[in-house]
Design a protein around this ligand. Structure first.
Ligand code: HEC
Length: 248
């Protein structure tokens, strides 16, 4: 009885380990996003980048412009004059103005809503994805991506990053395809490698925020909850002393 039980536990543990290993292998080498949701300037820069380079194709359908303004410390004027490029009202959701059918025709895929992207894929994945585009003549739009092979999205930040090309290594024994060994910037962009890392970090931080806008407020509330609970503990302790004085 116990033996089979132990064997089962061992099997489950082994299975878990295997699936973790598979996950790690499937994800490729992810780079650390290093985002900081307490860094408001980073979130503001991320919002600006998102509106300029992503919002044309992707939506954040659960987030309203007004909510974003409130959370990131932006005025209605700043949002409506500099960030909202779609003509939507201040209280409306951040929805791309690109018609889905057109998008499907142009890209072969409808650009997905990015509301939950950092929760589904993880921040490190999004960060690495944005840095992994390279030129590839064999793709319809001329771009490929090492993390998401044959992604049908062109690199929106090529001006900042510069043009990357692939340096190929050995071929895959299973498929015979030549494998990308690493990527190299062949034509420099307007930003240095470190500056571009920060750009992608800001963008990832903004998407992380957009995935859970309440997280910003919750962190602020947490401090008050702890203070309140400490106060309550003190009160209970004083009360206990008060009762026990009569008993002794
Ligand atoms: C020209 C249109 C276009 C622009 C601009 C664009 N994307 Fe995309 N994006 C796409 C399409 C199309 C896909 C679907 C790719 C696929 O599934 O092959 C996609 C996919 C993605 C994915 C992967 C989603 C998944 O399947 O998990 C992420 C992340 C992403 N985009 C982020 C961004 C960010 C961040 C920006 C702005 C810096 C941006 N995109 C700008 C068209 C665009």
């Amino acid at each position: 009885m116990t033996k089979t039980f132990m064997a089962r536990i061992a099997a489950v543990a082994g299975g878990l380990l295997l699936s973790f290993a598979a996950l790690a292998a499937g994800g490729g080498d992810l780079q650390q996003a290093g985002t900081d949701l307490n860094d408001r300037a980073s979130l503001q820069r991320g919002a600006q980048l998102y509106m300029n380079y992503c919002a044309g194709c992707h939506s954040l359908k659960y987030l309203r412009y007004s909510r974003m303004a409130d959370d990131l410390g932006l005025t209605e004027d700043e949002v409506m004059n500099h960030l909202n490029l779609t003509g939507a009202k201040f209280g409306e959701h951040i929805v791309s103005s690109m018609p889905a059918e057109q998008a499907a025709k142009w890209f072969g895929q409808v650009p997905p809503d990015l509301s939950l992207i950092t929760r589904v894929r993880g921040s490190d994945w999004v960060y690495t994805y944005m840095k992994s585009f390279y030129l590839d003549d064999t793709r319809p739009l001329g771009w490929n991506n090492t993390l998401f092979p044959n992604a049908s999205m062109p690199n929106p930040l090529w001006k900042q990053q510069g043009l990357q090309h692939a340096v190929f290594g050995e071929s895959d024994p299973a498929t015979g395809d030549t494998l990308v060994e690493h990527l190299e910037v062949s034509t420099p962009g307007t930003q240095s490698a470190a500056e571009f890392d920060q750009t992608v970090r800001d963008l990832t931080a903004f998407l992380e925020y957009a995935g859970e806008p309440a997280a910003l407020k919750r962190q602020g509330i947490g401090v008050w909850v702890i203070l309140f609970l400490s106060f309550l503990t003190l009160l209970a302790w004083l009360l206990k002393n008060e009762y026990w004085r009569d008993v002794h």
